[in-house]
Design a protein around this ligand. Structure first.
Ligand code: GLC
Length: 633
């Protein structure tokens, strides 16, 4: 019955849209002598020539981005659609391989090139820690780990490697980096950010953007970066979100303009100066006004004051949140300066509303022309008119040893040593008996986190990689025993136990958590293993600092590993001393959840009201002084 209902409603929509002046199917082929077809001309000149040849329908089509499951290639041609995206988990349902992706993306592109003016579409994806929806791709540490590593050169290489694996599948546009400066780690998107510090976020965000765009405009390896989410997405107040049961994500950032500029604007200023050509708008609000409808911030500040000449793209159905009346929402957002709408489903309604709004004079044609000119200019700069399709020569880069070695290095540099009593670390490789406990020790999905294959990520063996257990077994030369429950049923005490605990995957507001703490099960697991080993080392898998205070007294060493991705060997490299601990905390670490959100303007330096560990804290392997933490109620 449900399917029948759906098909009836679909028929209704189509019949309604058929009442509109039906988009004429394209007839002609492009005039190859046109100026816009001349690759020797500047992008701006080609775009202006092309714009002058376009109908209103063709212009509106360029301002429309549709999710790949919500449209057939034939309708990409019919409605002159300018962009398609794969959202989180948007892999080709029949074949999640590089070849399968390339076939899907090239298929949509072929349809776009059948339009009269043969304007190529631009395909976008969230390759936020590698081409992370693609099975077999190299999955790098999420940005929180890169913030701990704080190595701009490494991050630039990661951007470049990601660009190669993306272009192998025909995708020239990455909805990354996140430039959020995160002020409350209870946010489910904390791990997508580099840290709490504006300068750290700026330095690493630009490094990543430079890596993606390293090949230079027009090169087939150039991938368009998208600094996001403009602006203040990491500064919202708990309980102000109006989306689903979210508490922080998509909430309201409440502060004066001076503080908003001080905390959140520098990364975007740097991104624009470094050549950003697309920026994504935040779902969040500033003092009660949705960013998607904020003309002052989008047009006056981003485009005017910062001189941003690329195009602004909405977030997923972000425009819909601007007003309960859809027509008003669209008019407000487009007039505020949004150039492309990530609709991403029900695009015919958007097309019809846009046409109506222009004919009513509610959206000036000058605004349409400005948006389309921005979009076309970027497409010309990307070289899409000359090289619109995937490059099969790059297929071998996907999940390559070179990229995995880079990811392994990033993992090693991201680990932060929080405690190292009794010289528990490094672990001698010839330790006679090592116990490994905790399901997360053998869970590739958990160590990758959200935005991996699926939007929310998922536990288990979801792609190709090395778990932490695999890595320990490959490195230790003595006996290694694994039990997920920490029950080793042996009279024999292990010399060393490594217990892996932490968070299971989540993304966006579904990860908002008022009490980010080790679970009771994890505490019990650590205590159980404590009785069965001479020394206990805990490795924490998490997308943020979590409250671990209760566990520290019963452990010898404690390591924050964040969300390392597919290359778990990088964890063993440091645990066993092949590489030093060098990571430093990119976030202040709470002693209790009650301390959140921190008042960064008044953080006690010591005592029970102080954070457990300050921003920038991290031991190296040689330091093994006991942590003299105060005993607090
Ligand atoms: C999501 C996210 C955004 C992402 C977009 C497309 O809701 O907010 O970061 O780029 O949708 O997947």
């Amino acid at each position: 019955m449900k399917n029948k209902l759906v098909s009836l409603s679909l028929l209704l929509i189509l019949s309604v849209s058929a009442c509109q002046p039906l988009m004429q199917l394209p007839e002609s082929t492009p005039d190859l002598a046109s100026a816009y077809m001349d690759a020797s001309l500047p992008a701006e000149e080609r775009a202006a020539d092309l714009l002058a040849r376009m109908s209103l329908d063709e212009k509106i089509g360029q301002m429309t981005q549709v999710e790949k499951n919500a449209i057939q290639p034939g309708d990409v041609t019919r409605y002159y659609i300018g962009s398609i995206l794969s959202g989180g988990g948007g892999y080709p349902s029949s074949d999640n391989s590089p070849e399968g992706w390339a076939k899907m993306v090239d298929g949509f592109q072929s349809a776009a090139l059948e339009t009269p003016l043969a304007i190529p579409l631009i395909y976008g994806v969230d390759a936020v820690h590698g081409h992370s929806n693609l099975k077999g791709a190299t999955i790098f540490p999420h940005n929180i780990g890169l913030g701990a590593a704080n190595d701009p050169e490494l991050v630039e290489k990661i951007g470049r490697a990601t660009a190669e694996e993306m272009r192998a599948t025909g995708i020239p546009w990455n909805f990354a980096p996140v430039l959020a400066v995160v002020r409350d780690v209870r946010w489910g998107r904390t791990y997508e950010a580099y840290g709490e510090n504006t300068e750290l976020v700026t330095n690493l965000g630009i490094a990543y953007q430079n890596g993606l765009q390293a090949a230079g405009e027009g090169d087939s390896l150039f991938v368009l970066a998208t600094p996001k989410h403009f602006i203040g997405d990491g500064g919202t107040v708990w309980g102000t979100s109006t989306t689903e049961n979210y508490m922080l994500d998509q909430g309201d950032t409440q502060m004066d303009e001076a503080r908003l500029r001080e905390l959140f604007l520098p990364p975007y200023q740097a991104a624009v100066q470094a050549g950003a050509q697309s920026v994504m708008i935040s779902y969040s609000s500033w003092n009660g006004v949705k960013l998607h409808g904020h003309k002052y911030l989008i047009t006056d500040v981003l485009k005017g004051e910062l001189g941003f000449e690329g195009f602004v793209v909405s977030d997923w159905a972000g425009i819909d949140q601007v007003d309960k009346d859809y027509y008003t929402a669209v008019v407000t957002a487009i007039n505020a300066g949004v150039d492309m709408n990530m609709v991403p489903q029900g695009y015919q309604r958007y097309l019809a509303v846009m046409k109506q709004a222009v004919e009513n004079g509610d959206i000036p044609m000058a605004r349409i022309d400005d948006a389309v000119l921005r979009i076309l200019t970027v497409k010309f700069k990307l070289g899409l008119f000359e090289k619109p399709f995937s490059d099969s020569a790059l297929l071998e880069t996907v999940g390559s040893e070179t990229h995995r070695a880079l990811a392994r290095e990033a993992v090693a540099k991201s680990l932060v040593l929080l405690q190292n009593d009794n010289a528990a670390l490094p672990v001698p490789k010839d330790t006679p008996l090592i116990y490994v406990a905790g399901i997360l020790a053998n869970d590739l999905g958990a160590q990758c986190g959200g935005w991996t294959i699926e939007w929310q990520g998922k536990s288990g063996n979801l792609t190709t990689g090395t778990t932490i257990l695999d890595a320990i077994e490959a490195t230790a030369t003595g006996e290694v025993r694994f039990n997920r429950f920490g029950k080793f049923d042996s009279e024999q005490k292990a010399d060393i136990a490594i217990v892996v605990v932490g968070e299971t995957p989540y993304a966006e507001g579904r990860g908002d958590n008022e009490n980010p703490s080790l679970s009771e099960n994890d505490i019990e697991l650590i205590n159980r293993v404590r009785e069965q080993a001479e020394k206990v080392i805990v490795v924490l898998i998490s997308g943020r600092p979590v409250v671990i205070t209760e566990a520290l007294p019963v452990t010898d060493a404690f390591v924050a590993a964040w969300l390392p991705g597919t290359e778990g060997q990088g964890v063993a490299d440091v645990l066993f001393g092949d590489r030093p601990f060098s990571g430093k905390l990119p976030f202040t670490w709470p002693r209790t959840a009650g301390q959140l959100p921190f008042d960064f303007t008044n953080l006690p330096a010591a005592g029970c009201d102080a954070p457990l560990f300050p921003y920038g804290y991290g031991l190296d392997t040689t330091s093994s002084e006991p942590l003299n933490l105060p005993v607090c109620p």
